[in-house]
Design a protein around this ligand. Structure first.
Ligand code: UDP
Ligand code: MG
Length: 320
């Protein structure tokens, strides 16, 4: 009898220190799933270390392993998207390569899926081993995002989740370039539920999310799911304009009714600098959105795959 297929998608970027342990844990976990077939899809996001070679060595002897090898580093969210594209399973699990998301929690996700849920997302109750800065910025980011976003996006939720084929097909049909996968899944709807879990420490190596990538990730999240910054910039502009009205009246008053009008240089500077600043901020916000429109209209592929391994003939996966 044919079992349902579970695809486990693992984005990897320079993870040579952990990848063997991750493979071991995922293999051991797969072996416990007696009534499911499992495929492990490792998306190598252009690693510059030995990650790809280690994955290939495993694929050579393990028929469950597939590799999607990117031609360069495209970023975590794109790697996750490629894994979703390449997954053929009836359910797809997204999990980090660093063992911060324990594979064992996936069995609870599977149980919920069998109860009829289409999305089971992990909610981090604790995040040991992460810097206070990371925890604080993550905490405020998820709260800000939730305030701004047009669809409710659950708090403190990463990409660690299980999705049914229904949801996977919706995500695959979403053509946007700026991927914010957890938001896209929320947007898709269906029956979703939370699963609290304790986020472990990174098994080895260090975070592949420097501040620069975190900022890009955060702006993608906010800008793909909200146009409120645009509306707020109108509000900011109007507030500044009304403030400057007082300044204008004051300046006119001095000019017409007094002879001290050479003074007021301070007020002038403040007004010029303030309005200049507000304008720059608003133009910047506009620019961010326009940049995104530009990258959408270029219609470039989302990622470039150098090699598929573990699929028949090592070609891109075929869907029947
Ligand atoms: N990752 C990736 N491409 C990148 C950065 C990260 O595929 O450009 C992967 C990384 O290998 C890991 C996951 O994304 O499996 C999460 O990254 P990391 O653990 O460094 O982030 P953190 O847990 O510190 O937020
Ligand atoms: Mg991590």
């Amino acid at each position: 009898m044919k079992h349902p297929l579970l695809s486990i998608v693992v984005p990897c970027y320079n993870e040579e220190e952990v990848i063997q342990e991750t493979i071991k844990r995922l293999n051991a976990f797969s072996a416990t799933l007696t009534d499911l077939d499992v495929e492990l899809i490792f998306v190598d996001d252009g690693s510059r270390d030995g990650t790809r070679a280690l994955l290939k060595a495993e694929a050579a002897s393990n028929a469950n392993v597939r590799i999607v090898g990117f031609a360069r580093n495209f970023g975590h969210q794109i790697a996750v998207s490629a894994g979703i594209d390449a997954a053929r399973g009836d359910a797809v699990v997204l999990i980090d390569a660093d063992l911060q998301d324990p594979p064992e929690v996936v069995s609870e996700m599977i149980a919920k899926w069998r109860e009829g849920y289409d999305v089971v997302y992990g909610v981090r109750t604790e995040r040991p081993g992460e810097t206070a800065f990371k925890r604080a910025t993550a905490r405020s980011f998820y709260r800000l995002l939730n305030k701004l976003s047009d669809v409710p996006i659950p708090l403190d939720t990463g990409d660690f989740r299980l999705m049914s084929r229904n949801v996977v097909d919706v995500i695959r049909a979403m053509p946007e370039r700026d991927r914010f996968v957890r938001g896209m899944v929320s947007w898709a709807g269906f029956k979703q539920t939370a699963l609290p879990y304790r986020r472990a420490e990174r098994f080895a190596g260090e975070t592949k999310y420097p501040l620069r990538k975190m900022l890009k990730f955060a702006t993608d999240g906010i800008m793909s799911f909200s146009s409120k910054p645009l509306q707020m910039s109108i509000g900011l502009g109007m507030a500044a304009a009304s403030l400057s009205l007082f300044g204008i009246l004051y300046a006119l008053f001095l000019r017409v009714f007094t002879n001290v009008w050479v003074e007021g240089w301070t007020a002038l500077m403040i007004a010029v600098l303030f309005i200049g600043g507000v304008q720059l901020v608003c133009v910047g916000i506009l620019g961010e959105y326009i940049g995104r429109i530009y990258s959408e209209v270029k219609r470039r592929p989302l990622y470039v795959v150098q090699e598929y391994i573990g699929y028949p003939g090592d070609h891109a996966p075929q869907f029947s």
